[in-house]
Design a protein around this ligand. Structure first.
Ligand SMILES: NC(=O)c1ccc[n+]([C@@H]2O[C@H](COP(=O)([O-])OP(=O)(O)OC[C@H]3O[C@@H](n4cnc5c(N)ncnc54)[C@H](OP(=O)(O)O)[C@@H]3O)[C@@H](O)[C@H]2O)c1
Length: 385
């Protein structure tokens, strides 16, 4: 029986993880569920999954659960409690699915404690990829990707010689605005941007998919996760989201992973790579799909893809600024303070004035993260937002 803690349990990935785990109650036991504010959803999950611990990192949300949880279930109300349940010695797997860099301390603590970390929270690797993977190498923690593209690449790399890799290729659906007239993109509303054609995801990543910041973040994530030189990393538009990732080898062979677009697939893979776990996703009927399309990424329509090329070649500080500016601008767009096209333009302006250096400590990650957030907020205010 494997014991698991789910960070970000109340979100979209958390819900898909619960669905997979409820299919395998003989093999997995939930030790702790961690959420932030959504106490109503947490109550449902706690009743279904019967963890020993429930943690709401927002203390008011925790207070709302007092007296409502099943008998004997313990309640935590802070990020310190989240870190404690992610590092508890009896826990085998930590599913890291908080959204944003705020998830880094708990995910990194799990890595330092040598857990298997099933990582959805890509912002951890974008902001502190070098330190995160160094910590995993030191503690022996296994970091297994949950992001569908990286889970695909992980499978395409298995059993292959790293020196034979020519390119790692992440697919991108292109989001809801792949074919939209660029002249009308500034008027896009948050409701339009959140409506992803293939995936049902949380609000932040849905907006990131629409701007293609998500793919940009994923390229940085892949750089650290697979220790791949930036010039071997690329992305291609694939509107159907059936091929999730590919690795091209030096003999011209391309190994790809295909599946229906449903996050329960990569989650099941990250929980237990072998033998494969039943995930609940539909089996792929290629004849029914009939056609799979691919096209080059248009960096003019999606400037995030142009920006990430520089970030990948630059120092760690640029990736921290890129992520922080995006988190703040993404939220400002959702709050109707800026337009859709402003998101990436603001990220670009923050990058232009950011130092390009390597970062040696977590303290430095946080101080640069804070500084970039404050610069971004000032820019948004100067735009009238
Ligand atoms: N959704 C997908 O299909 C998908 C696919 C690939 C990768 N990912 C990645 O997985 C992560 C989670 O995505 P998601 O779509 O599941 O997001 P989501 O639905 O918005 O859920 C986010 C989770 O993080 C928690 N959270 C939010 N703010 C927090 C804070 N300040 N402190 C602690 N916890 C906080 C939320 O808690 P409350 O809701 O209780 O406030 C919730 O449990 C992201 O990094 C995303 O890029 C998602």
């Amino acid at each position: 029986m494997k014991r698991i803690t789910i960070l970000g349990a109340t979100g979209s990935i958390g819900g898909s993880t619960a669905d997979v785990l409820l299919r395998h109650t003989q093999d997995f036991q939930v030790y702790a569920l961690v959420g932030h504010r959504n106490h109503e959803r947490m109550l449902e999950l706690a009743q279904a999954l019967q963890p020993q611990w429930v943690v709401m990192t927002d203390s008011e949300a925790a207070a709302a659960l007092k007296g409502k949880l099943p008998q004997g279930m313990k309640l935590g109300d802070s990020m310190d409690h989240a870190i404690a349940v992610a590092t508890e010695s009896s826990v085998d797997i930590v599913l890291a699915a908080m959204v944003g860099a705020v998830g880094l301390p708990a995910a990194l603590a799990a890595v330092n404690a040598g857990k298997r970390v099933a990582l959805a929270n890509k912002e951890c690797l974008v902001t502190a990829g070098r330190l995160f993977m160094q910590a995993a190498a030191k503690s022996g923690a296994q970091v297994v990707p949950v992001d569908s593209e990286h889970a695909a690449v992980h499978q395409c790399l298995a059993g292959h010689d790293k020196a034979s890799i020519r390119r790692v290729i992440l697919t991108a659906s292109g989001g809801p605005f792949r074919d939209r007239d660029p002249a009308t993109m500034q008027t896009i509303t948050p409701a339009e941007a959140v409506a992803h054609p293939n995936w049902d995801m949380g609000a932040k990543i849905s907006i990131d998919s629409a701007t293609m910041m998500n793919k940009a973040l994923e390229l940085i994530e892949a750089r650290w996760l697979f220790d791949i030189e930036p010039d071997k990393l690329t992305a291609i538009i694939h509107p159907q989201s059936i091929v999730h990732g590919m690795v091209e080898y030096t003999d011209g062979s391309v190994v790809a992973q295909l599946a229906e677009p449903d996050m329960r697939g990569p989650i099941a893979y990250a929980l237990q790579m072998q033998p494969r776990l039943a995930s609940g996703i539909s089996f792929l009927d290629l004849a029914k799909h009939g056609q799979l399309d691919f096209q080059a990424v248009d960096a003019q329509r999606f400037p995030a893809m142009r920006l990430v090329a520089d970030v990948l070649q630059g120092g760690d500080s640029l990736a921290i600024a890129f992520n922080a500016a995006n988190e703040v601008a993404n939220q400002a767009f959702r709050d109707l303070r800026i337009g859709f096209m402003d998101i990436v333009q603001i990220v670009e302006k923050v990058l232009e004035i950011s130092e390009d250096v390597s970062v040696q400590s977590l303290d430095e990650v946080w101080s640069r993260d804070r500084e970039s957030r404050s610069i971004t907020e000032s820019m948004i205010q100067s735009l009238g937002g």
